[in-house]
Design a protein around this ligand. Sequence first.
Ligand code: SIN
Ligand code: FE
Length: 377
Amino acid sequence: MLFGEHTQWLCLRKTMLDFSDTSSLSRSGTSSSDLIALDSDRPKILVIDDHSSSRMTAVALLSVEGYEVLEADSGPAGLKRVVEGNPDLILLDVMMPGMDGFEVCQRLKEDEQTRLIPVVFITALNDRRSRIMGIEAGGDDFLSKPFDRLELSARVKSLVRQKRLNEDLDHAEQVLFSIARAVESRDPNTGDHCERLVSMGKAFGEYIQLPRTDIRNLMWGGYLHDIGKVGIPDAVLLKKGSFTPEEREIMILHVTIGEKICKPLRTMHGVMPIIRHHHERWDGSGYPDGLAGNAIPYLAQVFQIIDIYDALTSERPYKRAFTPEEALEIIAQETEKGWRNPKLVQQFTDFIKSAQMEETSASPLNAERSAFSSAEC
Ligand code: SIN
Ligand code: FE
């Protein structure tokens, strides 16, 4: 089923709950009652701001996005509301009489019960001092007034997703996902790439009937496969033109750096082949090990096709977004050249085509929504 903006977090939330822990397999059955339960479990955003007009703007924008919105007009009222309402995210004004936003944030971050709730400070544009103090107080992000609707929506979506994922991960895993998120924000080329990989990984994994743990690993790979880019300098990572041989050598390191970062964690064991081998090629001409054919771990083969398809169908500064047909054609040509597993490429092609057929037979509303996101759930 193709899904749009509003339902996307629901799918991700659900899939992360299902797959974040192999012991949670009993929670994994999808039924319509699950979806209804999720629907009534809309993410809750608390807006703490003493100015009723800016509070109302935030409330209006977030309600349209489908969030449940709570309000408070002062720091102490906000802290009380957090305890009562258990929000998934807090939008916090900095300048408030009595207890200011920094103090509210500090108190929340000191409390074991509330420290995982992301806090987004609302600051005036270019208020550098407030931003620095906000970081010191433990704030997770910033938004400037007046709100940019798209920016508000993207920040909130990403932080809510991260928070709900964090609830199911242990602390060390949370650190890895945070590093991956930092890498994603450093590279403006990627946009929502990782998020789409996660949902497409789940959908394709189910299509080819992978075991549940493999699907979980595929989804975690969506977030973590390029985590090693944290060690790649901006001059290479953000370069627009093609790489010199020396720069290419540096870029190649991202797979081994990523492996080193994740290796100490036992729960990452199944994701490691994706991290290390997602740039191998079927004919042995890839990196880092030049593995050929089925010597390439199967999940890395599966992941690679999804990664390439999403890169092709997304717009990048150096290319337009190709249509699904064009992307499949390019992948077919690369398969002719010997770079990909022909059987898997055929399965992926069938999968995309069947998803497209489902999309065209869906209601006009769904078709319109799906224009916002090409990901599958
Ligand atoms: C990437 O992993 O996104 C790019 C790596 C490469 O250019 O080889
Ligand atoms: Fe990569």
